[in-house]
Design a protein around this ligand. Sequence first.
Ligand code: FAD
Length: 472
Amino acid sequence: MILQSHIDALSEMLGPKATTSDQDVIGPHLEEWRSKYFGKTQLMLMPASTEELSKAVTYCNEHNIAIVPQGGNTGLVGGSLPGLGDRSEILVSTKRLNKSIEVDVQDYSITADAGCTITALQEAAAEQNLLFPLSLSSEGSCTVGGVVSTNAGGVHVIRYGTTRALTSGVKAVLPNGDIYDGTSSLRKDNTGYALDQLFIGAEGSLGIVTKATFRLFPAEKQKHTFWLGVNSPSNALKLLYEARQVTSDRISVFEFMPHIGLQFVLKHITGTVSPLAGEYPWYVLMEVATSTDDQQLQENLDSWLSSTLERGLIVDGASAQSKKQANEFWKLRESMSEAQKHEGGSIKHDISVPVSSVPAFLEEATNVVLEKYKGCRPTPFGHLGDGNIHFNIMQPVGSDKNDFLRNWDEMNNFVHDIVIKYGGSISAEHGIGSMKKGELARTKPQSSLKAMKSIKRALDPKNIMNPGVLFD
Ligand code: FAD
């Protein structure tokens, strides 16, 4: 329980617009997107400035009150909800920290408040003929603070990198209430520890991000979008290798889906149609993009794709002839998660391995789960271009959903052991949250865990900042 005197003090400090204990207002902030986690709290703060937030955090630190920061609440690992453990926590929503987005055209950079959505940044950049390349299905809701704190990935990582690669500076309120400001368009700065980097992927455990500066790129003017049928993951990788050479490394999307995943989409998502007449074991969604019209690129692509067909690297393919058709290809990929929901329970893994190890990982992990869970339906898909596979396992047809989901932890163990064997990561882009704490403790080298805990203790000795994530 948080003492009423603390609730009164914080409410008086920030005023009625920035504080609420009304459960009808707080309610929508307490359910996770997949309805897997439900939180609870007596108080939600909604500061409108870094300074306001700093005052509140200073008070919480003095009185040992735990805080959970929340942006768009689209995180998938139970990291953005207060009260999941034994400790009472207040919620800090960044929804009123969303006033400022500034594009610096000359420096190819954009600086925005933590509560701005990723779509808002993409649009602000596009107005200046520039590209903010972070792109994920949740972009209409997820926020600057959220993507920084989870080091979000998405579909453009192959070309532009993760949020870490895109971020050039962060402003944050530290657990003791101090304000750290590293927002800047500077490209080079070798003056000691890269403090901004600490907040990227920290899941709100080291402070609350209130602003960030990101890199921009020239807008993608010419785009070629392909839907390609392939016989195997290793052929898909050979295709990727060649595609990077032929296009002078202008592949901006290289996504990968199994036939069973496409079948689920065609069955459950209205208005979807397969672009190819035949059925193939795997499909690749590939996009090549340039900032200028490049006729030579078009010709190179045409002749290269004909040769990949002759050599059997692809078995069929379609090139989008219009923006509408490209959107139709994208809908097949973007509906992959939604369609699986209609097929019942799904045990999920968000893993990565070195790109070259994806075929071997897929073969081994698929064999292991099929042997241990008879009739289950592996449906791995995702960002093949950066080695990040959402290795989802659907329940057997006709089985009981809850019975199947009871295997979650055990199956995670089997799959993650294979991931570690291939030098991979048990969380490629969604983070650890409260969901994967056990697996992090089991799989991360002790020396790394020790260093991470030392940093946490140094910045947050009272453990008030999102104490339920990463480790206990
Ligand atoms: P929240 O969910 O609110 O919070 C996530 C974490 O960040 C929590 O630990 C929270 O405490 C912390 N946090 C939030 N704001 C702050 C802040 N200002 N300061 C400090 N800590 C903060 N992720 C990908 O990487 N790639 C994908 O392709 C992808 N696709 C998705 C598709 C769908 C349909 C959905 C629902 C999610 C997807 N995600 C994906 C996951 C999610 O969108 C990302 O993790 C996103 O970065 C979360 O942003 P958010 O603003 O919603 O953060």
